[in-house]
Design a protein around this ligand. Structure first.
Ligand SMILES: Cc1cc2nc3c(=O)[nH]c(=O)nc-3n(C[C@H](O)[C@H](O)[C@H](O)COP(=O)(O)O)c2cc1C
Length: 348
């Protein structure tokens, strides 16, 4: 017998709490159909970039042809996600063919008119919008409050414009994360995704030119995700929290949920293992519920409120000062001596 794994994310009914995170895979209706059949709760489309949207809006307003260099840039931008026009056309196809909620993603550095595209995404049929606004924080005179303002303004603008729920995907670098999450909720956000990642700089051996690339994440990233979840879990119980980063196994899903996530998102593991990984995790989650006496996923969510771990300094000290258990690195003796077998005096 399979346990009931249905749930809700920002009020949207989902078949399961396993979602496919933002990436270009979700532009392909066949792929989204496959993950939907495998049991995915929803899929997030690749981000449309602020610069792309601004260009698209101005081109549409003036209806002029791009100058050649401009056109070249335009094409390379669009190679990633198909461009605004094609995304808007893909949404109704995804909705028709896949039968799961489709979430659009917008990525920018500031609040502004470019966010009017959220209204077009809603008209095209998306079920929710994920917003990523990462202000440029390399200016040493910019305070945390100044850096966070564009994000809060953008959330207010988009949530006033659309009636579909809006989630905010954050990077893990905010010093007062619970407070930011609380203010995002006040600004109208219905969901928080912890955490986003950025493409990383790579320098190829051939031409030694730095270029930005997406890299698949490693399981170690789950620690960052868990620490974020545990930090924000008390911020606002009405918010839906999505875990993203380093989730690859059933146990990762369970840990993220116990940590505070309502749903989990996978990207790298779908690239590595294909859509079957979703079926595997949905099955694994159902098995976990059964083995642990839960009739449904909702029961698991309800049970964890009683188990909120204490996040105070006393609890931390207790863990750190407890006698080391077998295998604890605190107890391990570093090897001494050099690689030729000469013993060196160990430091007392
Ligand atoms: C190939 C690739 C493309 C991605 N594209 C986007 C994107 O367009 N927008 C976005 O917010 N995140 C994007 N991400 C980040 C993922 O959505 C996710 O947040 C991150 O990879 C962590 O989850 P994971 O460990 O399951 O991969 C991308 C990740 C990969 C690997």
């Amino acid at each position: 017998m399979h346990q009931d794994v249905t749930t809700r994310y920002m009020g949207l009914p989902l078949r399961s709490p396993i979602l496919v995170g933002a990436c270009p895979l979700t532009l392909k209706p066949e792929m989204v159909r496959e993950v939907a059949i495998a049991g995915a709760g929803a899929a997030v489309m690749p981000s449309l970039m602020e610069e792309q949207v601004i260009r698209w809006l101005s081109r549409r307003r003036s209806d002029t042809q791009d100058h050649p260099p401009e056109a070249e840039l335009w094409q390379s931008e669009n190679a990633y996600n198909g461009g605004v026009e094609s995304c808007l056309k893909t949404i109704p196809r995804l909705k028709r063919q896949c039968g799961i909620p489709i979430i659009a993603s917008l990525n920018g550095g500031q609040d502004g008119d470019w966010l009017s595209v959220a209204g077009e995404l809603e008209l095209a049929g998306v079920d929710a919008i994920e917003l990523i606004i990462n202000a440029n924080t390399s200016d040493p005179t910019c305070t945390a409050e100044q850096a966070e303002r564009p994000l809060l303004d953008a959330v207010r603008r988009v949530t006033q414009m659309v009636s579909v729920p809006v989630a905010v995907k954050l990077l893990p670098f905010y010093s007062t994360l619970p407070n930011l999450v609380f203010r995002l909720s006040e600004a109208g956000a219905r969901g928080i995704v912890l955490f986003g990642r950025e493409p990383i700089w790579e320098i190829s051996d051939g031409d030694l030119v730095p270029a930005l690339h997406w890299q698949l994440s490693s399981p170690g990233l789950l620690q960052t995700t868990l620490s974020g979840l545990i930090r924000v879990r008390g911020s606002d119980p009405s918010l839906s929290i999505a875990a993203s980063g380093g989730i690859a196994t059933t146990l990762d899903v369970v840990h993220a949920v116990i940590g505070g996530a309502d749903v989990t998102m996978l990207t790298s593991e779908v690239y590595r293992s294909g859509p079957d990984v979703i079926a595997h995790l949905v099955e694994g989650l159902s098995g976990y519920l059964q083995r642990n006496g839960f009739d449904s996923y909702r029961d698991l969510l309800a049970s964890r409120q009683k188990q909120t771990p204490k996040q105070d300094r006393r609890a931390k000290m207790k863990t750190m000062l407890a006698p080391p258990e077998p295998g604890d690195p605190v107890d391990a003796k570093p090897p001494h001596g050099d690689r030729w077998g000469h013993l060196t005096t160990p430091t007392p």
